[in-house]
Design a protein around this ligand. Structure first.
Ligand code: IVH
Length: 664
């Protein structure tokens, strides 16, 4: 195949897979496979720079650093929304509509949409191609952030269907909770200031003259409208959202059509109780008259349309007082200051503690004991202090300072060059040990039934367990005699422990709590090295060859397994009968494990989607083309060029029936 053709093929493949991953949230290939295709694209583009188009997936990595943002006028102003807070405000919103329309017949329905806490942007498409993106600015003139927006994977660079020659869509760029948490964690480690909320994080990430920085931030996007619905043939907001989804835009799946104001009110209550379960923060619900012809009649006032209202949830920021500060020593020795607060209700939850992150953060916020502070809770994120409320400090307030010695073992603390985190490097520090034990037994570790945080602390204090393998030699008599325990709870814990004697290698590695080795990396290690013995003897080169494993992780593994005390611990595990196994053994129920399929031509008994689902349900993978990893090509009617190519490469060719016969 010519380079040019392959490039076009890669465009389609990468765009398609990125859409599956980022918009539909339903990845079809592994990250590694995607990266390989991406590298292939970069290589061809490097040899033929004249072929690079503005909608190439390679254009998402950021571009030259700008010296300023250009101004962009919006063809139609980007309005804001009027606010409401409760049922009463929603009812008077409808009453106002009716008065304006001189009728007592309520509108035929409303669309309700979560109000995301991010930044409003406008995206302009010409003949289906993304040409410009801008911030809202003052509503009339915004800033050109096209290169920054291009880096957001869920923003289509080309629409999936033809549409009118020019389309101006509007939506919200935001950062999910996990994304923000991870970003802040990285920033805390580097001693950089933290983003107080997802909105600041999104704005701060988009307003980067260096779009490579934007590209490194986990930004997401949801579309919620267009500048002028008359540019489309849609008659309602509901239709419009469906239309935008068909063009390839991500639409929030929590949007709902509500036939009347009562059901709007119901949805508001529902959304406010499930908001904490969403992977991103929302600060309210937007209600829009569904029918565009009614919207048009209603029109807008100076700053906001009459046909919509934003109903806000109760605040999740409150002010309270810092009573005292404690210093906690984590599993890796990191010392984290935690403030004890005068308990306060924040959006329905009592908060009495907040993390202060690290010493630099305390200095930056200039925190004193006794200060009145603004605190905020971001869903499942630990509450944190936003800032000191000025003017309320007492003259004798004492600034908070980090201790010089470990609060648990008195070992002198140190702060490695370039890190913001102060650590205790005493390997025998009891606080670190107990944390490691808690993690080992917790859900993030081996998930041992009957051994929660409190029990582990109790066993540690009673000196029944000092290191991880000790857990596996606990005796019933040891446990029974403890305060609050009895025969039954001892039995429970022991059977919980017995049940995890053969964890998968990946789970075992995650449970050990090796720095930089999370679930994903651990699985990568299991797949590549299959057993502990090999991992203990692995070289740096071998590790770096593993696709998806970085240098930090590689060095951490080497340091860990070459530590004599770790070797001793592993021996102890072995002696106690702990044998990690490879998930392979669990594969018996997954007959297609290790197989990589591709379908070509028309299938008769199965739809493509069902066929792919069957592969995945039985442990197999789907290839993106005739790739190195492909094991079998399943051929339907009128197969096309793939068949010849697969034959040429000696791949297994199956009919649809042969494929079905492989399933149990
Ligand atoms: S509609 C004229 N829909 O809320 C209609 N806005 O206070 C204007 N927002 O600047 C916007 N989610 O950034 C709309 N589903 C949604 C929204 C939404 C969040 C933001 C948007 C806007 C602000 C208005």
């Amino acid at each position: 195949m010519s380079d040019k053709k392959r490039l076009e093929e890669l465009h389609v493949l990468l765009t398609e897979h990125s859409y599956y991953y980022h918009v539909l949230d339903d990845p079809q290939i592994s990250d590694g496979e995607y990266d390989r295709l991406f590298q292939e694209l970069l290589e061809i583009e490097m040899h033929h720079p004249q072929w690079v188009t503005s909608d190439s997936p390679s254009q998402r990595v950021g571009a030259a650093v700008l010296d300023k943002f250009e101004q962009v006028p919006h063809r139609l102003p980007m309005l804001s929304l009027e606010n409401g807070f409760d049922e009463e405000d929603l009812r008077s919103f409808e009453a106002r509509l009716l008065r304006f329309l001189l009728t007592d017949v309520p509108p035929a329905g409303y669309m309700t949409e979560p109000k995301l806490d991010g930044l409003a942007v406008e995206l302009v498409y010409e003949d289906g191609l993304f040409v410009q993106g801008s911030t809202r600015g003052d509503g009339h003139i915004g800033e050109d952030i096209s290169t920054q927006l291009r880096t957001i994977p869920s923003i289509p660079l080309r629409l999936r269907q033809g549409s009118s020659s020019r389309l101006e869509v509007r939506g919200e760029v935001f950062m999910g909770r996990r994304g923000l948490e991870k970003l802040n964690q990285r920033r805390a480690e580097k001693g950089e200031s933290l983003f107080a909320n997802p909105r600041n994080a999104a704005a701060g990430s988009l307003r980067q003259l260096d779009s490579k920085i934007t590209a490194s931030r986990p930004l997401r996007f949801f579309v919620y409208g267009v500048a002028d619905p008359a540019d489309t043939s849609c008659k309602t907001q509901q239709e419009l959202l469906e239309f935008l989804a068909s063009l390839g835009f991500p639409v929030n799946d929590a949007v709902r059509f509500c036939p009347n104001i009562d059901s709007v009110i119901e949805r508001f209550a529902e959304l406010s109780s499930l908001r904490h379960t969403l992977s991103y923060e929302i600060d309210g619900m937007v209600v829009k008259v569904n029918d565009f012809s009614l919207q048009k009649r209603l029109g807008a006032k100076a700053r906001a349309p009459r046909w919509a209202i934003a109903c806000k949830f109760p605040a999740i920021q409150e002010s309270t007082q810092i009573l005292s500060v404690e210093f906690q020593v984590g599993r890796t020795g990191a010392v984290t200051p935690v403030a004890n607060l005068e308990p306060v209700d924040v959006g329905g939850v009592m908060v009495s503690r907040a993390t202060l992150h690290n010493g630099d953060e305390i200095l930056r916020k200039d925190l004193h004991i006794g200060d009145t502070v603004l605190i905020q809770r971001a869903g499942d994120v630990i509450p944190e202090i936003v800032k000191v409320v000025p003017g309320k400090r007492k003259p004798d307030a004492i600034p908070i300072a980090l201790p010089e010695n470990c609060p648990a073992c008195s070992h002198p603390l140190s702060k490695p060059e370039g890190e913001a985190v102060t650590r205790c490097f005493n390997l025998h520090c009891p606080a670190q040990r107990v944390r490691a034990l808690i993690h080992f037994c917790s859900r993030a570790g081996l998930d041992i039934d009957g051994l929660g945080k409190k029990s582990v602390e109790q066993l540690f204090d009673a000196q029944l367990i000092r290191d991880l393998p000790d857990i596996f030699t606990l005796q019933k008599e040891d446990l029974e005699q403890l305060d609050g325990w009895g025969g039954k709870s001892a039995e429970n814990a022991l059977s919980g422990i017995r049940a995890v004697r053969n964890p998968t290698l990946a789970r075992f590695l995650t449970a050990l709590g090796i720095r930089y080795i999370g679930e994903v990396t651990a699985e990568l290690l299991e797949r590549t090295f299959a057993n502990l013995e090999r991992l203990c003897a692995v070289s740096r080169e071998e590790l770096l060859e593993v696709e998806g494993l970085g240098e930090q992780a590689a060095d951490s593994i080497l340091a860990y397994f070459s530590d004599p005390s770790v070797q001793q611990m592993l021996k102890k595990f072995h002696d106690a009968g702990v044998r990690p196994v490879v998930a392979e053994l669990q594969k018996k129920s997954q007959p297609l494990a290790g197989e990589v399929f591709l379908f070509t031509g028309a299938l008769k008994k199965l739809s493509r989607t069902e066929a792919k689902k069957l592969v995945k349900d039985h442990g197999g993978q789907i290839a993106s083309g005739i790739t190195r990893k492909l094991t079998s090509l399943v051929v339907g009617e009128k197969p096309g060029s793939k068949l010849a190519k697969a034959r040429e490469q000696g791949k297994r060719i199956l009919t649809e029936d042969e494929f079905i016969a492989m399933l149990p």
